[in-house]
Design a protein around this ligand. Sequence first.
Ligand SMILES: [Mn+2]
Length: 339
Amino acid sequence: MNNSKNRWSKIDSLINDSNNILLSTHINPDGDGLGSQLALTNYLKKKNKNYKIFNPSLVPNDLSYLNDNEKFNQYTQSIHEKEIKNFDLAIILDIGDFHRLGDLANELLNSEIKIISIDHHPHKKENYFDEFIHDTSVSSTGYLIYEFLNFKNELDVESGNGLYLAIMTDTGSFSYSNTDSRTHSMASHLIELGVDVNDIHKKVYQSVPYEKLKLMGEVLQNINFNLNGKLAWFIIDQDILKSSNSNIEHLGGFTDTIRSIKGVEVAIMLHEYSKYKTRINFRSKGNVKIHKLAQRFGGGGHPFASGAMINQSIKIVREAVVSATVSEINKQIYGKDVI
Ligand SMILES: [Mn+2]
């Protein structure tokens, strides 16, 4: 682990041996996945590699400034299928569940393309990757890319801008329990390289679309509490999105905000993704581990931040998820095995 030469040498040679490199991250991408991509493409440019970013979704609204510096293409199978065979290497970032790649997952599995995964989510023992760095001890995927570029002696202010975004967003601006001294050392190093932290913070957190705050206003009026306020949950259905003129891109950070309420241990967002598809998002303050709960519903993630996508209507999911979370909190906080 401490020998970064061993840790990165195989990935390094795979990149060296490839000329057409595909980069991707998970559906509904976040600052960690996109910032890591930005840092890596900066490196690939310097190495004169051909590359292309194909993500399952577009850059979300609150990170749209990223589009000024890089082309984040959305992968559409019917249009891009033929292009895929041109790549010799795929680098998959920040994905704990390979199927969060969307259509691209099967496309890659059916190809000859070598697949690298760099991630900080928990993974099953068997995976689909030819080479990987999976390290749940680090705050973010951005930290791992930082480690790689540092090992290559290729860090600069451009890659630093992406990497700072990655750790800033994945640690809740250096406040979540995944923030450690390595996170701060990395930030310090990036500032020395010339990264303007105030500029990045302003771009991300001081340019909230009005529709997002309007939607937040509606959510705040309709929070449901259980267990004397230890559990807080809210619903985002199609009606509420329509009435606030907002969309899925505006939902980032909502569950974190609801978790921040005094007394709340766990917050859940239930999002009506479509009529028979419900997305759930779990956030815990740190006393209740919720990743196993997410796994039970077919999802995954970290102990205090996880989620799942369920092929059921929101009404059915709501009942199952709320009662399962109530008993999980009872079990973990009070040692009670009751519903
Ligand atoms: Mn991440």
